[in-house]
Design a protein around this ligand. Structure first.
Ligand code: NIG
Ligand code: FE
Length: 401
């Protein structure tokens, strides 16, 4: 059984095969096909992509009625495994209290106290919320357990909903280790890491991450971060880094030097940081999280400069209880366009093709690829930012699936 999808006013393929013949650079970047059709197998694999007028026959047809279709968003940075509520911390920030990472301990206490069943229920609800907004692939970090047992169960709960899990034992130093930071780093790189990779290097976590932030008393400095990342790499994990979020620091350069797949936030960058990211093109992606700047009243990163310099720029939500409790990639895209001067096409590319690459994935809409798609109640991708705040995009549930 195969399904022919028609009535696609505009299809974003992210496929260079469809880049030619466009006057508009954004259309070329996105590999746009207008008045398009798609054939999908009943295993959910794309079999054919092209102009509707040339579409082959299929067993069934489904007319999307003149909507735009895009690759499902790849949210390559989220912290969905947490319990508790920090809305009062957000409200205080809006009236001037700065963010320093101290509130993470509140989520850690609530997460440790939650049952497995409760954590599962919370994660499932957040993943469904993402899918309802067009996200079909999500990366999920641990980091609100910070004991061996609670980090493991956070990863287990995350692994039930995505293969893209990240061990973030080095999120902050938990309160019980405040007077002995080195002992906590030893726990992360010793017993915790051993347990994470016990059933094989990627059985429970695909990557390791660290909150490298000398401006927070709770997070890790450059040397501690290097120790964590080198141990993770030796254990067979891919590397991701929270870097340069609260001020200038060593995170970006460390990530580039160690060949991390991504360095995330990049809010405060020096010229040398930008040079390092340019040199790391093809290896290390700069993942921008503008929902964080929105929710912490921080300046937005200079996305325009990064893209113009040739850096691989991804967009993700960072959905977490502290710095951004928004799971919405359309919101991140609207901020990237309005506040960071990316074009709508660059922002969409960043939230699909580039974020996918940072997880080692290919998200072209092309034969042989999984049909992980999203559909817009709108004729073009421009509406993602143009109709900010309006729920026009959702993951496409295939009728045969
Ligand atoms: O990505 N920066 C560190 N971690 C999260 C925030 C965690 C929290 O405040 O709960 C982030 O912004
Ligand atoms: Fe984060």
């Amino acid at each position: 059984m195969s399904l022919l999808l028609t009535g696609i006013a505009e299809l974003t393929t992210n496929d260079p095969a469809h880049a030619d013949g466009h006057a508009d650079p954004g259309d070329a970047l996105l590999g746009i096909v207008r008045d398009a059709a798609l054939v999908v197998s009943d295993e959910g694999v794309i079999e054919w992509v092209g102009a509707a007028g040339r579409a082959p026959d299929a067993d069934e047809r489904h007319d999307l009625g003149g909507r735009a279709v895009i690759p499902g968003f790849v949210d390559s940075h989220s912290h969905l495994v947490f319990a508790g509520d920090r809305s009062a911390e957000f409200a205080a920030r809006m009236t001037g209290t700065p963010y320093d990472g101290g509130g993470i301990a509140v989520s850690v206490a609530a997460t440790r106290a939650a049952s497995d069943h409760e954590l599962r229920r919370l994660v499932a609800r957040r993943v469904a919320e993402m899918r309802a907004q067009g996200t079909t692939t999500v990366e999920i970090k641990s980091g609100y357990g910070l004991t061996l047992e609670d980090e493991l169960r956070s990863l287990q709960v995350a692994r039930e909903v995505t293969p893209h899990t990240t061990f973030l034992g080095a999120h902050v130093v938990p309160p019980e280790y405040a007077s002995d930071r080195a002992a906590y780093v030893d726990l992360v790189i010793g017993p915790m890491l051993q347990a994470v990779v016990a059933d094989g290097p990627t059985a429970l976590a695909e990557s390791i991450d660290v909150f490298c932030e000398p401006h927070s008393a709770h997070a890790f400095d450059g040397d501690e971060s290097r120790t964590v990342l080198e141990a993770g790499r030796a254990a067979g994990l891919a590397l991701r880094v929270h870097g340069n979020q609260l001020g200038h620091g060593p995170g970006v350069q460390l990530a580039c030097e160690l060949g991390a797949r991504s360095v995330d936030h990049c809010t405060f960058l020096s010229d040398d940081d930008v040079d390092a990211l340019v040199a790391a093109h093809g290896t290390t992606v700069a993942t921008l999280l503008p929902g964080v700047e929105f929710s912490t009243r921080s300046p937005y990163p200079d996305a325009r400069r990064l893209v113009d310099a040739g850096v691989d720029v991804a967009l993700a939500s960072d959905c977490n209880p502290g710095t951004c409790y928004s799971s919405s990639i359309p919101f991140a895209i609207a901020l990237a366009v309005r506040e960071m001067s990316l074009t709508p096409a660059e922002a969409l590319h960043a939230a699909t093709a580039v974020s996918a690459r940072s997880l080692g994935l290919d998200r072209r809409v092309a034969p042989g690829q999984p049909a992980e798609l999203a559909v817009l109640d709108a004729p073009t991708h421009l509406h993602l930012a143009y109709r900010a705040g309006v729920p026009i995009v959702r993951a496409l549930d295939l009728p045969t699936a």
